[in-house]
Write a protein that binds this ligand. Structure first.
Ligand code: NAD
Length: 243
């Protein structure tokens, strides 16, 4: 481990265009459960009901009950952890060119990044599907005390600003992520199982363009074999050491 950590420190020292690509694992120590694995959200909530766009458009009451009981309290209590703050430090030192996240929790911004590429949206924003008006999670939480499902004042249905299964990723975010992956010197994966596509293509794109690939994830990933450094440890512990 000491050798790997030293190798990682050297690589970070030599790099000036690092892309940090984060997944649910970076936020697990902030109290937000991952989807997969032991204790993952999907072991309690069936994703074909709670995260599928066709189901949501047919009957959103399941989702809004989940929002009231799980998501809203979870987003309210979650705070960035040492891994989020370590990335802010690396950005201040001019090391990071971009943060790309699959997370929907907004914790990178709360830690201090002014700009983050969000591939799967942000659960802290809720949109009216009819007039595009936006609401905070607290506003919708209040609405839910009166009506289920909650409605906009125009009568339109509401939807969290996140990508459900069955929806395409936002094209502009994906294009920008591909561009920065093409132009980085180090692609740093933090807490992602790398099984959700097309996001999981990005490390391969970076590697093909001769960037170094580092994967820090507790469990093995399908891309471990092509990475220059793989560390199966907590992202916060490893990043704190590096910084
Ligand atoms: P995932 O749930 O598929 O995998 C998470 C990975 O993180 C696992 O392989 C696990 O071994 C690892 N991990 C857990 N704790 C860790 C830690 N402290 N340090 C390092 N690694 C750790 O997550 P994913 O790859 O991001 O899956 C993609 C989907 O999950 C995305 O669509 C994302 O929107 C969604 N998601 C987001 C959040 C969030 O916003 N915080 C939470 C759950 C799921």
């Amino acid at each position: 481990m000491d050798d790997l950590l030293q190798k990682l420190k050297d690589l970070v020292n030599e790099s000036n265009r690092i892309v940090a690509f984060t997944g649910a694992g970076i936020s697990s120590e902030s109290g937000i459960p991952t989807y997969r694995g032991t204790g993952g959200l999907w072991s309690k909530y069936d994703p074909s009901i709670y995260a599928n766009i066709d189901f949501f458009l047919r009957d959103s009451t399941y989702y809004w009950n989940f929002f009231r009981d799980e998501r809203h309290p979870m987003l309210k209590q979650a705070k960035p952890n040492a891994a989020h703050y370590a990335l802010v430090q690396l950005e201040k030192r001019g090391k990071i060119s971009r943060i790309i996240t699959q997370n929907i929790d907004g914790l990178h911004q709360m830690a201090g990044h002014s700009y983050v590429i969000e591939l799967h949206g942000n659960a802290r924003k809720i949109l009216c599907l009819h007039c595009d008006k936006t609401f905070t999670i607290d506003e919708v939480y209040e609405k839910l005390k009166q009506e289920l499902p909650p409605k906009c004042s125009c009568g339109g249905n509401l939807k969290p600003n996140v990508i459900f299964f069955g929806e395409s990723l936002p094209q502009d975010a994906l294009e920008e992520a591909t561009l920065v992956a093409n132009n980085c010197d180090l692609f740093l994966v933090l807490g992602s199982s790398l099984v959700v596509y097309p996001a999981a293509n990005l490390p391969e794109i970076a590697k093909k363009e001769n960037a170094a690939l580092v994967i820090i994830n507790i469990d093995p990933t399908p891309l471990d074999d092509i990475a220059d450094i793989v560390i199966h440890k907590s992202a916060s512990k490893v990043l704190s050491e590096v910084v």
